[in-house]
Design a protein around this ligand. Sequence first.
Ligand code: MLT
Length: 272
Amino acid sequence: MHTHSIALPDTRLAVHTSGVGPPVLLLHGFPLDHSMWDGQNPLADAVRLIVPDQRGFGASGGDGPASIAQMADDAVALLDCLHIHEPAIICGLSMGGYVAQHIAARHPSRVRSLILVDTKLEADTPQARVLRRSLAAQVLRLGPEVVAKAMIPNLLSQSAEALANPQRLALEAALHRMIMAAAVPTIVAGLEALGDRPDMTEAMAHVAVPTLLVVGDDDSITPPECLARAAQIIPGSRLLIVPHCGHMVPMEAAHVFNAAFLDFLGVACHSA
Ligand code: MLT
């Protein structure tokens, strides 16, 4: 595993790379960091993993994203800085999935295939935007603990099987650590960028690369119906619904996610 500090014109991104083979960009969710993908480290036996902290998150600089489009442009700039010019497999969870969709729309020549995890194509409803603004106001007053309290119960499956998972406490602790480490300006900027993101349905109808859609059967933030709708829209996409998982499939069922990834890899690379 190598850690890079990549200089962009207006900030600096911390990026972790490991393995050799086809490049795979893993984009984390909100308000997390690269370590949510730790369970995917074994994939470095088959591919070159590129796992950034997006702007403002983890060890990266900046006060958070101005928009999802900006994070997409950051991701392409970091591939350039790493001299990765061949199309990459772009995999993103939730907010990372929104970023992945924007990369596909804005920089299609950089995408070999897409893996969209626990995410959706649609924009926020007006009511969801109001909730984000209210959460941002609370974070400004009380700090990131508010987000941890609001989000952690919704990030993980509450099914009996998930609650009995021996890793449950470790998963909760990892999420808590990441959220508590997020800076207040980054959380506030992130909530605004999430609320302002456009509907990607029309853009995703034109995706011309192999696409895998993954969602937990108990995801309460982007439920399976969201990904089922995406599967109707993205030409030729495959849908995997993972049992006993919520919004964090790569963490909650790393072995299932990794097996699905490796199974998809042949298809994903066929398009090169
Ligand atoms: C995430 O997990 O990245 C967020 O829940 C995304 C969102 O709130 O839309």
